[in-house]
Design a protein around this ligand. Structure first.
Ligand code: LLP
Length: 410
């Protein structure tokens, strides 16, 4: 992404998220092309970055959406994604969320337990509709990624085992209010090897074959998300190898392949820019204190995730190791440790790379810090896509409450 960082910072200040919108479209097109010749739907996992402008761009390219709350479904709809391209997953959907999703006519409610299936059946009955459903199969496969983002093992809360899935399909097939037309698996995120996904796909496609044999016609084969990206020097999955592998495992099945990438679309298209406030040294460490913090980008603190850190200064040979830390009152508030950095001064800029996915969406107001602004770069021009959150924005819902009970003089 070619940007004049200094002038962007002058215009929008820091901390700041900047996204390359051309890169987002390119990633979509690359993945879609990999499935060329097959019926496919790329349903973007909105949780990775749910800014309306991001979703709108993907919608224009033809993407669908994978959502985990009715809020995400509504974001997808608002951004122009058609209901028939939206999937709603998640282990804990409230009745109201189920009702609204059914009313809005989304493509699939992806079910993660038998109890949930019964709730959906009840709500569909109330609405006098037949709910299109898929069932999330947990194939008990280790995706070899960070345990917090591993989801396809029986120790994880997600989906149902293969036997339960079959029983649920048989039940749903007989129900007047359920229409089982999809199957789903998602074994984890930031997966860099094809093999675990291949094993999962074999298990799940075998189930589809046995369901077809008893006249349960699965039309959508949803392979989840999870494609790993390069943060450092990872060798990761290539889209064409990925699609070839999937197509091989579903040989003979007439299905539409659904894929739910989040990180793949956004991670490398975004950077997080922060300003140096101070440097400080003690006898053992050098700290570079910046104005961004774990409330803006929590991945290093939460998963010990690596993000490349670069000082945006004119070349200096005088490089030493430093911890890059934020102003929050927690030792876990860091972006990187032992990072080689040149001498820095007040207001020098630091770039945290690959911050486009699970960056802003996981931001919070911890320490009453307003969330950062977000900027899109398209064809070399910059556009603000989310304003910086003010103090007033943060207290609005508290101010809206009646506080007279606190002013009593007893
Ligand atoms: N589909 C389902 C059902 C999911 O649960 C997820 C991610 C995706 C698709 C998209 O996965 P992706 O293509 O982005 O790997 N906050 C963590 C990542 C959590 C992922 C949760 N589910 C992180 O920052 O690494």
């Amino acid at each position: 992404m070619k940007v004049d960082l200094k002038s962007l910072v002058k215009k929008y200040d820091t901390p700041l998220y900047i996204y390359d919108f051309n890169a987002i479209s390119d990633r979509y097109k690359e993945l879609k092309k990999a499935f060329e010749g097959k019926k496919s739907l790329i349903s973007y996992a909105v949780k990775a970055n749910s800014n309306l402008a991001v979703i709108r761009t993907l919608a224009k390219n033809g993407a669908g959406a994978d959502c985990v709350s009715i809020g995400e479904v509504n974001r997808a709809l608002k951004a122009g994604i058609k209901p028939y391209k939206i999937i709603f997953s998640g282990v804990g959907k409230r009745d109201e969320e189920i009702r609204e999703a059914l009313e809005k006519g989304i493509l699939l409610l992806n079910l993660e337990s038998e109890a949930e299936m019964k709730r959906v059946e009840l709500v569909a009955n109330e609405l006098k509709v037949k709910a299109r459903i898929s069932i999330r199969v947990n194939p008990n496969i280790d995706p070899k990624t960070h345990p917090y983002i591993s989801t396809g093992l029986h120790e994880n809360k997600f989906g149902v085992d293969i036997n339960m899935a079959k029983r649920m399909y048989i039940y749903a097939h007989k129900s007047e209010h359920l229409n089982p037309i999809g199957i789903h698996f998602h074994i984890g995120s930031q997966i860099t090897e094809l093999e675990p996904i291949r094993e999962a796909s074999i298990i799940v496609s075998d189930l589809v074959r046995s369901l077809k044999a008893i006249n349960i016609d699965i039309k959508f084969f949803d392979i989840g998300g999870g494609i790993g990206v390069v943060y450092d020097d990872e060798i990761t999955i290539n889209p064409k190898d990925y699609s070839d592998m999937i197509i091989e495992t579903i040989k003979g099945l007439d299905v539409t392949i659904i894929c739910e990438p989040g990180r793949y679309m956004l991670a490398n298209a975004g950077i997080f820019v922060t300003k140096v406030l101070y440097e400080k040294m003690n006898e053992s460490r050098r700290f570079v204190i910046v104005d961004g913090a774990m409330n803006d980008l929590i991945r290093p603190s939460l998963y010990n995730a690596y993000h490349k850190i670069e000082a945006f200064v004119d070349g200096s040979d005088d490089v030493t190791k430093a911890d890059v830390v934020g102003p929050i009152c927690e030792s876990g508030d860091f972006f990187g440790k032992d990072i080689e950095l040149p001498k820095l001064k007040h207001n020098d800029l630091i770039i945290i790379h690959s911050a486009g996915a699970y960056g802003f969406t996981m931001a919070s107001n911890y320490n009453t810090r307003g969330r950062s602004a977000e900027v899109a770069i398209l064809d070399g021009k910059d556009y603000i896509i989310r304003q910086r959150e003010s103090f007033e924005d943060q207290i609005r819902l508290e101010e809206a409450c009646d506080t007279s009970w606190q002013n009593r003089e007893d």
